[in-house]
Design a protein around this ligand. Structure first.
Ligand SMILES: [Zn+2]
Length: 720
């Protein structure tokens, strides 16, 4: 009955925020705001049956204090591209801003909630979700949901899941600053979920989180209602966030968009928005983005000046565009200066040599890690001035690993400032064009009681050692991770401001910090920490549902390739997005060098323009390494496309029929088979979409790429 009362009273404010794809209607009732409906272009609106949930209680002076929120109409603002409803609480005095904005004329809209402490005392808040919903479902439709896992150490057997939403369905997906895999822990997702009707126009919605902090999205269906929440992860409960006097806490920004036309159609619109709006950067404007990279990790920590010089000459000769020095170049963990034994001339000399060879120069750093180096300027665990920066005291006898140390809490203002200076120094001193960060970079928990975040709860504190890293899990984890994430973004944004055009790679031990907040502050992600052809294709298949292909980097490691077909299969499994070779080409035969050189040329001429901006279609089911899998690019603006076809290890079938997507029925397309130079043919869009093309691959672990180009309208089809 109580739920009916607010609905009976007229809302105090109504507002609409829209792009070409989605219209969202909002209303401000006197005690809580509400998203009333979401409507995709040409579809019926989705109706939301509940108000947003605002926190009902805070803690002040050790006491629980109930808060009641009242709409402040005078302070609220509604404009075409931005809506803010303001709610005030009187005791303690708090101000809540419920904000919506449209970053561009297309794509989703964005939303967040901020709470400002206007009282003179410190306040502890529970987790305020970024958004709570209760969608009304229709009895006439079946519904389904899609989520995508992070690639992490190795893609799991699932990776991408499209599941029915039936009565009783309960689902929860989590993301954090660093995904850890374990049998007792669910795999992390890229914080995003898509819900759509299972048939017809596939009308629905999607929500994603623009934050690398500890976040969660939940869905629960009961009869015809689909409840859910997106925002900070309140686990372990009771999560507490500290708010100093005058301080404002902003919940992670989420984006909310309309789904229609199916998973790939919705994905193409979302990726377009991410690429051109959310994650656009100066560095990505260069026509060479995504760059072809040769990385030194094929030789592990052995990198030194002579190996580096040889590799960058190889890189230039083969047609690579960047030489990337991975771990192994520095004096010690936390002591991010080139090892003079390995680099007598220093690293800038090698960077200059790369530049003279027409290459960009990139560098690996694990810049939030403290070690044991005693040299001045090094971040070390025993330093009294900085020992309190670390998320926990190291256990006795602790030693760093060769390229991992103790994580500092970036959310502490002194640490943020230090990190800005340190990353500037590294970029400037070493003449970098690209900076990669790795490891457990951003804290997701902290045992310190004297940092700005809430103190840990001694009765509810776990320290889980992951190798040499302590992961601190307590009721302050949401607070720690949110502050450290914001500080990390400030560091990345400062780097971009001071070095326009600098490329930023998010690695974090491969695919462990993939979300829309890091995407907005970097240029590309290492998508998994396993580098074989199947892992690369699986991780790409998964992540490319929600992130632009050019941002998705595959490291291509040495892999047994007895035949040229296997060698091409290995290369192409990493060539659907950003290609980084993690091998020493010195080990290749002259035949392999020739093949690779030609394939890199082909990537630049034909594939990269598609990877940069074409639509993407997941033509087959997810790769399993045994059967066939295929992925298609098609750019409606130029009428050109490509389909990558892979045959796995099974012996049974030597050909596969694949239907193409996105083509226009009434047009003719000229097809070229990359590995069969004479094999060209012309087919209509209708034929390619309905009958498809047949690709024959006689050998297991082999591949083909078929290019297609619109040549004219099909006159016969046109007459009809
Ligand atoms: Zn801390």
């Amino acid at each position: 009955v109580a739920a009916l009362c607010p609905a009976a009273a007229a809302p105090q404010i109504r507002a609409t925020i829209a792009t070409s794809e989605v219209t969202i209607r909002l209303q401000g009732d006197s005690e809580a705001p509400r998203l009333s409906s979401l409507q995709g272009a040409g579809n019926l609106p989705w109706l939301n049956r509940g108000p947003d949930t605002l926190i009902a209680v805070v803690e002040q002076g050790g006491e629980s204090v109930p808060v009641s929120w009242k709409l402040n109409r005078e302070a609220s603002r509604t404009a075409e591209r931005s809506v803010t409803f303001v709610y005030d609480a009187r005791s303690p005095k708090l101000r809540l801003r419920w904000q919506w904005s449209a970053r561009s004329g297309f794509g989703p809209v964005e939303h967040s909630v901020s709470i400002e402490n206007l009282s003179s005392g410190e306040v502890f808040l529970p987790v305020q979700p970024s958004l709570t919903w209760r969608w009304q479902l229709s009895k006439d439709h079946a519904y389904e949901m899609l989520y995508v896992e992070k690639g992490g150490g190795k893609p799991s057997a699932i990776g991408t899941a499209l599941l029915p939403i039936s009565d009783g369905t309960r689902w929860s997906g989590e993301s954090s600053t660093y995904a850890r895999e374990g049998s007792l822990r669910p795999r992390e997702i890229i914080p995003f979920v898509l819900v759509q009707e299972k048939s017809g126009r596939h009308s629905g919605f999607y929500v994603g989180i623009e934050s690398s902090s500890r976040t969660r999205i939940t869905l629960a269906r009961r009869e015809a209602q689909l409840r859910g929440v997106a925002g900070l992860n309140p686990d372990p409960e009771p999560a507490r966030l500290r708010l100093a006097p005058r301080e404002t806490l902003q919940s992670p920004v989420i984006f909310l968009g309309a789904a229609f036309g199916g998973v790939d159609a919705t994905g193409n619109r979302l990726r377009h928005w991410v690429r051109t709006s959310l994650a656009a950067s100066d560095a990505q404007k260069d026509a060479r983005y995504p760059y072809l990279v040769l990385n030194s990790w094929g030789s592990g920590m052995a990198i030194d000046e002579s190996l580096g010089k040889r590799m960058l000459r190889d890189a230039a000769e083969l047609g690579f565009e960047m030489f990337h020095v991975d771990a192994g170049w520095f004096r010690g963990v936390g002591d991010w200066v080139a090892d003079p034994q390995k680099f007598p001339q220093d690293l800038a000399a090698l960077a200059d040599e790369a530049h003279r060879n027409g290459l960009k120069f990139g560098l690996w750093v694990d810049w939030t890690q403290a070690g044991t180096s005693g040299r001045p300027g090094a971040l070390r665990i025993g330093d009294l001035a900085t020992r309190d920066w670390m998320v926990a005291d190291p256990p006795s006898g602790w030693e760093p690993e060769p390229f991992k140390g103790m994580t500092v809490d970036l959310g502490v203002p002194a640490v943020t400032e230090w990190a800005k200076r340190e990353t500037q120094r590294i970029v400037t001193e070493n003449h970098l064009d690209m900076l990669e960060h790795d490891g457990y970079l951003v804290a997701q928990g902290c045992a310190r009681g004297d940092h700005p975040h809430a103190p840990p709860d001694a009765a509810n504190l776990r320290i889980e050692m992951e190798g040499i890293w302590p992961f601190v899990i307590s009721t302050n984890s949401a607070d720690v991770s949110l502050r450290a994430t914001e500080a990390y973004y400030a560091v990345q944004e400062t780097l971009r401001k001071q070095h326009p055009g600098l490329l930023l790679e998010v690695c974090n031990d491969g695919g462990r910090m993939m979300d829309f907040g890091s995407a907005a502050r970097a240029d590309y992600f290492s998508i998994t920490d396993s580098y074989d052809p199947l892992s690369n294709r699986q991780a790409f298949f998964d992540a490319s549902h929600v992130l632009p292909p050019a941002m998705l980097e595959s490291y291509v490691e040495k892999w047994p390739a007895p035949r040229p077909e296997n060698f091409l299969y290995m290369l192409r499994s990493g060539m659907m997005g950003w290609f980084t070779l993690m091998q020493d080409p010195h080990d290749w035969t002259s035949e392999q060098r020739k093949t690779a050189k030609a394939e890199l040329r082909f990537y630049k001429d034909k594939l990269r323009p598609l990877i940069r901006s074409a639509d993407l279609y997941h033509v087959t089911k997810r790769p399993d390494g045994k059967g066939w899998d295929a992925l298609e690019y098609f750019d409606p603006a130029t009428g050109s496309g490509a389909i990558y076809v892979f045959r796995g290890s099974d012996f049974e079938t030597s050909e596969s029929r694949l239907r193409l997507h996105g083509l226009r029925n009434g047009h003719l397309y000229r097809l070229e088979f990359r590995d069969q130079p004479g094999n060209t043919r012309t087919m209509s869009g209708r034929q390619l979409s309905s009958e498809g093309i047949t690709v024959a691959l006689p050998l297991p672990d082999s591949s083909e790429i078929v290019l297609f180009q619109q040549i004219s309208r099909d006159k016969a089809a046109h007459k009809k």
